[in-house]
Write a protein that binds this ligand. Sequence first.
Ligand code: ZN
Length: 294
Amino acid sequence: MEERKTCDVCHSNFLRKISFCRTQIQQLKAEDVRVTNKDYGKSLAMAVCQDCGLIQPQHLIDPHSLGKLYHEGNDAEYVHSASLRGQSNYRQISRIIKRYDPSCSSFLEVGAGSGTLVSLLKNEYAQVDGIEPNISFCEFARDAYTIALKNVGIEDFQTDRTYDCVVALDVLEHVASADRCMGKIAAMLGPSAIAIIGTPDVESFASRLFPGKWWHIRPGHLYYFHKRSFLRLAAKYNLSLVGSEFFSWELPLGYVVDSIQRLIFGKVWMKFDACRIPLRLCLFDSRLNIVKKG
Ligand SMILES: [Zn+2]
């Protein structure tokens, strides 16, 4: 693997290797990038940019190898909770669009997962598209909601059109290059369009409370932003922050209990995944950033 010489975002060569996680891994496998992966505190070797503060992999990530892992992986646990997660996302995203872009008529979700958000927004907007690199999630969306997500990751997505709103929830930290991802999102925004970009906040209270084993430190997460590094990336593409709020999830209670066991004991002693009672969680450690051109 080729060592990274400059920061993905600001191209500074002041990168410092850091001990960031509890368990360091050499390379990623398909199970590492699952949505429901619970290997908290496990990640690739990381470096921090001394200029913009972005935490990023010490080695360059090959977008095609990474794309293959996302394309092929199976994640039955995610699919079981997809509808619950998607409905919760819908409530937040729908409210944000109405507030920040009331004349929105076209929408794209990057990393649409199960397609629940796309299927719910289709009732409200003229043009609603979704792209999703995982083939089994696209099949689920087709069978459950009769919608056709485009089976492609943001790195390979090509379009000539622009949208009034582009949403990327928990995408920016997963891609081979956060800079390329943001550049592509910016290019798809129309003149008064907004982008809603959700990503964990590495300066949050929870991140500081659990150094090295915060639940957002996991193998599939490659970029860790705080407010300053996110704004630096946005500004690079002439995007300014017009709003920010904490992201909340709705998850099955059993999933949360299993995750807490993994966090505390490093393993799941007793599986509660059959318990599907919905639980709304806001841990104040993941932000929805609303950005606009200009
Ligand atoms: Zn930098």
